[in-house]
Design a binder for this molecule. Structure first.
Ligand SMILES: *Cc1c(COP(=O)(O)O)cnc(C)c1O
Length: 417
């Protein structure tokens, strides 16, 4: 028995329950993944005890020789993965990475132009409930309601009318590749900075299966626990020109001591992503999403933009299932062991707590070893449940399919403890 199970069974049971939940359910939340036992070990290490304010070789505390090593490894590996001139691996999360960029180059009251949340954007891109929407003046661009693709001409016109200080590209729920060059051109036309937020697609970009904004945008931010499946947190990539401003904005500007255990997890995960197998993984993530899109389209579901270029799909239920809300769909799938999230869709007519869509992603299932054949089974399960959410027979059948798939593809099999 572990120490925790003996001394604090309440917490230990919750952790064991979460492990069981991950093993016994199909994790299809597009931002989630399962990190390796090595990354878990790094994150659960004594690095958590160390204060290391500052950067490698220039800390405000003694005893930093080993945390310096691990942070430098994370930086060097990230530099290689994304070909960035300068990398900061200290942001506690993707949101803090964006905060670091805003703090580096904006003054309160400056203007941000970003993608609307209901069209795939993120809270940290200027939503009024987030600091970014409260400190800065924000206007937003949208996808074309007909095509589901970002309308770059409209974006450019909007930029010319609004004259923003920074344009944010990147998304949480936009199923297509961004045209980084087009956004960059709009930013240059109005003399604005360009922040490309690749939170979800860090892994796809690192593996070269999604185009990279590094070398195009002034700043690139990401989360390190999504498709790149490293230690939990954020990352900022920029040019030498902005390196000092970014480093100062992260520490001391916005954060105190770095989470060295998470940075160790980032280093370990980035090391794995440099192995050739990671490219195959990222390719499979995209292929699996394509297979899933094909199955759902064949079953009559409508997908925003008609399909996907990456690891996620956005299903708009309004046409095919007008009475089924995103929240109902999420609940019905949860009942049978499939975890997805309800999501607003472009032109949303319901509240964000109800929604008319679901977002479905493939990074976590692909990590478990799912390929095209398994994704076809998963797609059929999803369609069966959403077509008959109250049918007990369907539910029973799908739940046993889910059990079978999970048992055939264990994630940790207890091997991380
Ligand atoms: C997930 C996400 C973030 C923030 O990530 P956290 O690590 O949860 O703070 C930022 N931007 C986008 C586009 C995201 O999808």
């Amino acid at each position: 028995m572990s120490d925790l199970a003996e001394t604090d069974p309440a917490v230990a049971d919750a952790i064991a329950g979460e492990e069981r939940r991950q093993e016994e359910n199909l994790e299809m939340i597009a931002s989630e993944n399962h990190v390796s036992p090595a990354v878990l070990e790094a994150q659960g290490s004594v690095m958590t005890n160390k204060y290391a304010e500052g950067y490698p070789g220039a800390r405000y505390y003694g005893g930093c020789e080993h945390v310096d090593t691990v942070e430098q490894l994370a930086i060097d590996r990230a530099t290689e993965l994304w070909s960035a001139e300068h990398v900061n691996v200290q942001p506690h999360s993707g949101t803090q990475a964006n905060q670091g960029v805003y703090f580096a180059v904006l003054e309160p009251g400056d203007k941000i132009l970003s993608l609307d949340l209901t069209h795939g954007g993120h809270l940290s891109h200027g939503h009024h409930v987030n600091f970014s929407g409260q400190l800065y003046e924000v206007e937003q661009y949208e996808v074309d309601p007909e095509t589901g693709y970002i309308d770059y001409d409209a974006l450019q016109e909007h930029a010319e009318a609004f004259d923003p200080d920074i344009i944010v590209s990147g998304s949480s729920a936009y199923p297509r590749e961004f045209d980084w060059e087009r956004v960059q051109a709009a930013a240059e036309a109005v003399d604005a900075y360009h922040l490309a937020d690749i939170a979800h697609i860090t892994g796809l970009v690192a593996a070269g299966v999604h185009s990279s904004p590094v070398g195009i945008a002034d700043f690139v931010t990401g989360s390190t626990h999504k498709s790149i499946r490293a230690g939990r947190g954020g990352i900022i990539m920029t040019t030498d020109e902005h390196a000092e401003a970014v480093d100062k904005a992260v520490f001391p500007g916005g954060q105190g001591g770095p989470l060295m255990h998470n940075i160790a997890g980032k280093a370990a995960g980035f090391g794995e992503a440099l192995e050739p197998e990671f490219e195959a993984y990222a390719e499979q993530v995209v292929e699996n999403a394509t297979v899933l899109a094909d199955v759902l389209r064949d079953r009559g579901f409508s997908l925003v933009s008609g399909g996907t270029d990456k690891h996620l799909l956005l299903v708009d239920l309004r046409e095919s299932h007008p009475d089924l809300t995103g929240a109902d769909a999420e609940d019905a799938l949860h009942e049978v062991g499939i975890t997805i999230n309800k999501n607003t869709v472009p032109g949303e007519t319901r509240s964000p707590f109800v929604t008319s869509g679901i977002r479905v992603g493939t990074p976590a299932l692909t990590t478990r070893g799912f390929g095209a054949a398994e994704m076809e089974r998963v797609g059929t399960c999803i369609a069966d449940v959403l077509d008959a959410p109250d049918d007990d027979g369907v539910r029973e059948h799908v739940a046993s399919e889910v059990d079978d798939l999970c048992a055939s593809f264990p994630i940790y099999d207890g091997e991380w403890r």
